[in-house]
Design a protein around this ligand. Sequence first.
Ligand code: XMP
Length: 536
Amino acid sequence: MLVIFGHLFLCLRMVGTHEPNELDLQFFQGADDFFLAHSHQALTYDDVSLATLYSEILPRDTQLSTRLAEGVELNIPIISADMDTVTESRMAIGMALNGGLGLIHYNMSEKEQIAQVARVKGHVHGLIQNPVTISPDKEIGDLLQTIEKEKYTFSTFPVVDSKGKLLGVLPAHVLNKRFAAYKVTDVIIPRSKVCTILQSQLGNDAITTADQYFTDNPMEHKLIVVDGRDRLCGLFTLSDILKINQERSAQFKAARDSRFRLLCGAAVSATRDASGKLDRRRILAHVYGLVEKGVDVIAVSTAHGHTKGVGESVKLIRDAFPELPIIAGNVTTGAGVEYLAEMGANVIKIGQGPGSICSTRLVAGVGIPQLTALYVASRAAAKRGVTILADGGITKSGDIVKALTLAQGVICGGVLAGCDESPGEIIEIAGKIYKKYRGMGSLAAMKAGSASRYGHLKSDTTRKIAAEGVEALKEIAGSLDHVLTQLIGGIQSGMGYLGARTLAELRQKARYVQVSAAGQREASPHDVIELKTAVK
Ligand code: XMP
């Protein structure tokens, strides 16, 4: 009997030790208690640390999926910023393949941005439904020019006649300047030697059918799909099928739409006409073009989202496209979140001045340190049933963990700007390689198109305009996969320390403590000579 009681007592004690004790609760508070107690002082990432909790969760068992809006479900909560030195199609493809999302910037013509979205949505995966083709009367040089102009990275080009009938395929090795003067018909692999499958034979699971075909035909690495009249319908490549198989077993799967295409977002601005009025026709035509190419979410991206112009733009788009997920911002107040939600936004961007290239707080004297802004915004968002993104100021994975205790995702500019996939110009200084990274409010970026983001007209050359961003350099960071692996590893560690299996649990469990200046110093490696920088 005594033994049983003793055991029961031990069990109860063990359960008890899983909970924070009373003293803990006085020092480490949940979000509401902590931020309300600190309402006299705005805080940002480095000002706080998270208290650990009893955990049975290993970092590798944590899940990072996040649902921003209907149709925008990501497998990692990271989004690349809509900046002209961060996200174009290559970055957006990389982000989506890693489970996140890229927002293609708008410092380019609408036509070019729409083409970039099409590139992401058409990125090879599974069945390529509209393969790029060439007609038999063209020369190889014509195709090489197109490849360069469109930045195609693939090398399989079916040859079709004017009715779409398959005539053959170009061998990859002829895509070379030395063959530029050859006619397509001179170098074509003829139809009789091209392996094809009828569309009607693909069945319900086309990927499995194609996979089996490549197993049965080890010498083949392309499979062309035709209809009953031998017209080209699509194309499978072995490398895509291998990637898909690999992806099926990966922990963080690519972010895809219901048709298995990569997710892609694009930013639009609250464009004004020469008289300063909202250019409704142009905004709608722009969004229509993006939607037509399959864009999954658009972001009405401005420096001050709690304004009539941004609200009206959101409403305009919401009325015209009732189902389209809309991100809007930026705001840092509860009223700002509520306003944009009321206008029809599903996801609100939070951040005014925290960005690594931002000077808004210095120039205009406005903005709220990011964690306080996120807390205030998160409570307004919960009330309105919208989600929020922590935009700007992320310099390390620990910042992301802290941001995710309040937000459903983060937007990163600086930490991704040095990646191979970013469009920033490469510069060599004293043998070291850097990439250019500039604020969208820098004079150079505003001249290139982003003036409206800051409430200026592009044609506004007579008025004095103060830049709200700087032009800078980032050390090159290597591949996006590598950078994201580091960030994801950090997020998973943070979740393990808090015993949070999911991001929802992280939000619910987080307890904060403010850190002193000495505490901040203590947080970084100190009193050593670093051989390798641990945190980038
Ligand atoms: P990070 O810290 O990730 O910040 O480099 C990226 C975010 O900063 C915002 N952004 C700007 N903010 N002036 C600003 O005040 C600018 O010139 C500027 N450019 C970008 C934007 O929200 C981005 O996602």
